[in-house]
Design a protein around this ligand. Structure first.
Ligand code: M6R
Length: 656
């Protein structure tokens, strides 16, 4: 067995990964974000419940429709599941006093079967002696279930996962009739045999009442790691769940199995003559656990908002070489860049809004036609793509299903695809011709904040590069723009240093039932992002419109006290926005304006003014979006919402 070391990761920035053995680790790193649920398991000499709960709370950001644990107690298993958060489960477990030393746990984002206690994992076999937790999707679960039901199995849930427990139950009965040197191998073999019937993806942790301190784990196309700690053995779908207890991790590959006991982890592969023991290398993980901690902030969202000045600095670092923008990762020669005659930015959600900002910059500076499309639309139509089309795919997670599908489609049609993502080694990074990493570091709050700013800065650099290569911006312009971009980091710090006006405006709007965000040009894109942030974390209905559209319909919404949030920063259309504000106020709107420091006039057009430092219009989204993040958060908290884990959402959307 050998150990490789992954050095301290500044987000999943693994530049310093030891290369020789890093391929499995890299695969794991992107895959570990590639599911919308979380698995954790432990067997050792400490009570399992607390360890499972701790692990689940670290994984919860990926999915939080329900949570559950199964804990071995002598020769039976206690299964406790709750709809909702890990905290609900914890409350129940506190009153139950479950003592076992071996258990598995799961946090779920519902795909098959609605969020409910019955559909929560762990699932058990008919006799209750096999318990499983599953990540992934069993595509042939319908036919498997039908045949299992035909053979007398009774199902308790609507999930695809439950078939696995029943298949293992049958396989185990059969394997008991065979000869094994070690009886535990019958259990491992049964798991292997059962999974051979599965079509789709799975990461599984399985317990069997016949072996009260053993867990069998296996996977295909869904990540799973195991690790030996001082007090026992761990399994998890993401290393983050076990970092407190062990940093010696083994990354399982597809079809490999691991047998965990309190004192050992043994890995196997199924060969033609049966199970073969194999050596899975141990990787030492030296990540900064702070990445997964709130480090004194009340929530991850606030922590991440306050990280934004650093994100700007890190994303810009090294991007100006001499007087030129340097994005070597683009892998296009200046000649090829010059030939580009159309740019598509494809993305979803907040990343799409970053794309809307980029459109203004790419067209304004580089004079290349640029279209921005939500990936779920782009992939199902027939966009005009030629070899001189550049497709820019923007995705924080780098694993959004629609964005990935759009990338694949664009490449088949001959486009060059450039990815902008936050996750090193993610599918978007791997499947693009080149990639910029946004250096936001791990983003845990479901609502994107710092990754958005990283995307906007990256896209601004891309627009500058395109413009410079095509001779539309001089070296002097580039140097000046870069310097102004760099200044925004300190300006964001200033915005964050005093949030009094933001909180006042939020208090005034918190009881509204609906709100309208408006802006023009860059401001329209910021308005869209502001409205998304508000609705996703506060559940307050919010619309966003290009302000010029007001008279074409949305103005009908306005009556006494209706909140209108306007991006009214200095811009070529500032006066037009003022007119829209007057029209809104004339109909009773309560206006909150995001305006430029020094603009006294705005006070006579707005009920609340939130000032941001002066920057050129092209860079204003970087500043103007920050107060809107805080505004949304403040309203959400006043309304008693969980800002890190809003209902119905998951951090990564890996299904269509
Ligand atoms: O990981 P991605 O950037 O591809 O995700 C896209 C959207 O799902 C994401 O931006 C989502 O809209 C966020 N919840 C917004 O805060």
């Amino acid at each position: 067995m050998h150990i490789m070391k992954i050095c301290t990761i500044n987000t999943f920035d693994i530049d310093c990964a030891v290369l020789s053995d890093s391929i499995t680790m890299l695969a794991y790193l992107f895959e570990s974000r590639w599911n919308m649920c979380g698995i954790v398991g432990y067997t050792g000499n400490k009570p399992a419940c607390n360890i499972l709960l701790e692990g689940l709370s670290r994984l919860e950001y990926r999915g939080y429709d329900s949570a559950g644990v199964a804990v071995q107690d002598e020769d039976s298993t206690n299964v406790v599941c709750r709809r909702g958060r890990v905290s609900e489960l914890q409350a129940s477990l506190n009153s139950l006093d479950i003592q076992g030393f071996c258990g598995i746990g799961h946090t779920r984002w519902a795909t098959h079967g609605r969020p409910s206690e019955a559909n929560a994992h762990p699932h058990t076999s008919c006799d209750g002696r096999i318990s499983i937790v599953h990540n992934g999707i069993i595509e042939n679960f319908g036919e498997l279930r039908e045949s299992l039901e035909g053979a007398g199995h009774h199902f308790r849930s609507d999930t695809d996962s439950e078939v696995v427990a029943h298949l293992i139950e049958d396989a185990y009965k059969k394997s008991l009739q065979r000869e094994y040197g070690n009886k535990l191998l019958a259990f491992v073999d049964a798991v292997s045999e059962a999974t051979s019937h599965l079509v789709g993806s799975y990461a599984l942790a399985v317990m069997n009442d016949d072996f009260p301190s053993a867990i069998v784990a296996t996977r295909r196309d869904s990540p799973l790691v195991v690790g030996m700690g001082e007090t026992g053995a761990y399994v998890a779908s993401d290393v983050i769940a076990m970092l407190d207890s062990t940093r010696n991790i083994q990354v399982l590959s597809d079809y490999q199995l691991a047998l965990l006991t309190p004192s050992s982890i043994t890995c196997f592969e199924q060969g033609s003559a049966g199970l073969n023991e194999i050596d899975v290398p141990i990787t030492y993980i030296d990540w900064d656990i702070d990445l997964a901690e709130k480090t004194g902030y009340p929530d991850f969202m606030l922590k991440e908002i306050y990280e934004q000045p650093r994100v700007i600095r890190d994303t810009l670092a090294g991007r100006l070489v001499g007087n030129s923008v340097s994005i070597d990762e683009l892998t296009l020669s200046p000649e090829e860049l010059n030939l580009i005659d159309r740019v598509y930015v494809i993305a979803c959600g907040t990343s799409y809004h970053a794309g809307l900002i980029a459109k203004n910059l790419i067209e304004g500076w580089a004079r290349i036609p640029c279209e921005v499309e939500v990936a779920s639309e782009f992939r199902y139509r027939n966009p005009i793509i030629t070899p001189t089309t550049l497709v820019v795919a923007v995705s924080q997670s780098g694993e959004t299903a629609d964005t990935l599908a759009a990338i694949r489609d664009a490449r088949v049609k001959g486009a060059r695809v450039f990815g902008i993502t936050n996750v090193v080694g993610s599918p978007v990074a791997r499947e693009s011709d080149g990639v910029i990493y946004t250096k936001a570091n791990k983003e845990i709050a479901v609502a994107s904040t710092k990754s958005f700013l990283g995307q906007v800065v990256s896209l601004t650099l891309l627009a500058m590069l395109l413009a410079q290569t095509r001779g539309k911006l001089t070296s002097a312009h580039i140097r000046q723009l870069y310097s102004e971009l760099a200044d925004t980091a300190e300006m964001v710090e200033r915005i964050l240093s005093d949030t009094t006006d933001i909180d006042k405006a939020a208090q005034a709007c918190k009881d509204a039932t609906s709100a309208l965000f408006i802006g023009r040009g860059m401001g329209a894109a910021v308005a869209h992002e502001g409205a998304l942030k508000l609705k996703e974390i506060s559940y307050l209905h919010a619309e966003s419109y290009a302000a010029g559209e007001m008279k074409h319909g949305p103005i009908a919404l306005i009556d006494e006290g209706f909140p209108v949030i306007a991006i009214a920063t200095n811009s070529p259309t500032y006066d037009k926005v003022l007119s829209n504000l007057q029209e809104s106020r004339a109909r009773g709107a309560m206006v909150v304006a995001i305006a430029t420091e020094g603009d006294e006039d705005i006070k006579s057009h707005a009920d609340y003014v939130i000032y941001i430092p002066h920057v050129r219009d092209a860079l204003s989204p970087i500043l103007a979006s920050v107060p809107l993040q805080l505004f949304a958060r403040s309203i959400a908290l006043s309304r008693g919402c969980d800002v890190d884990q809003p209902r119905n959402l998951a951090k990564s959307v890996t299904v269509e």
